[in-house]
Design a protein around this ligand. Structure first.
Ligand code: S3P
Length: 259
């Protein structure tokens, strides 16, 4: 019994060491983020992450143990990213732009890099209605869908530190723009009509484009929307020819300066 008690005491000591180490690690993350921010250094450094992973793996001989430790470590990394993100963005990142401008891809990339929560407006609406966007347009009409967008956007103002990926038509209503600016920095993603066509050509859940998949229609609709898009935007990012990672870096750099 004494032996067991002794072991349990040791375990408690281990936990204390882990807690202290974690607290210290999270403080370091905050300091590093502040330093990078002050000196304009890239916030995201995937190669550093990889270096850490392989260093750790090399230190553990036992394979089973290594898998377990790495599992915990991945969570530590994920939480460190969340801490970093919260420090950088105490507001929402609102992505707007024409259909196919890359809002979903970039939201996904931001969620991978910074462990940010993403709200894909179209997806939330489709899930709540229990039908696809095309079906909502068909059954209830466009106005009904636009009202759902406005309602959802209002609701989202309770959230903080999330990425909101808006449907392409959201900035067309001034009341929506007022909502998104309450709590968020609005980032407009742009792309040429040719790039857009290329990105949307195989998709069939965009009722406005379904029978209009050509550069002329896309250019004209883009032109009609341009003023509203630009008026809503705090930051504009052109996406043609850039990787998702490059675009995310640009968002982080410009959002920081736009504060
Ligand atoms: C629309 C864009 C779509 C979707 C709906 C209407 C628009 O979202 O909300 O088909 O009016 O531009 P994506 O921009 O995500 O494709």
């Amino acid at each position: 019994m004494d032996k067991l008690e002794n072991l349990q005491n040791h375990l408690e000591m281990c936990d204390e060491i882990i807690l202290d180490a974690l607290t210290m690690r999270y403080r370091m993350i905050e300091e590093i983020t502040a330093y990078k921010r002050k000196h304009d250094l890239p916030i995201v450094q995937p190669e550093e992450e990889e270096k850490k992973r392989s260093l750790l793996l090399h230190r553990i001989d036992d394979r089973f143990l290594a898998d377990n430790v790495m599992d915990v470590f991945e969570n530590i990394l994920l939480n460190s990213k969340k801490i970093q993100f919260r420090q950088l963005f105490d507001y929402n990142i609102v992505l707007i732009g024409f259909m196919g401008s890359g809002k979903s891809t970039i939201s996904h990339a931001l969620s991978q890099i910074f462990a940010m929560d993403v709200i894909e407006m179209d997806q939330v609406i489709a899930d709540r209605e229990g039908m696809s966007i095309s079906e909502i347009f068909e059954v209830h009409g466009e106005e009904y869908f636009r009202n759902l967008e406005t309602e959802l956007l209002r609701e989202l103002q309770n959230r903080k530190g999330v990425v909101i990926s808006c449907g392409g038509g959201v900035p067309m209503r001034d009341e929506n723009v007022i909502e998104m600016k309450k709590n968020g920095k609005v980032i407009l993603l742009t792309a040429s009509p040719e790039t857009i066509l290329n990105r949307v050509k195989n998709n069939h859940d965009r009722p406005l484009l379904e029978n209009n998949k050509n550069v002329t229609f896309i250019s004209e609709l883009m032109e009609k929307r341009r003023n509203k898009y630009e008026a809503a935007a705090d930051i504009v990012i052109q996406t043609d020819g850039k990787s998702a990672f490059e675009i995310c870096e640009e968002i982080i750099r410009l959002a920081k300066d736009a504060q």
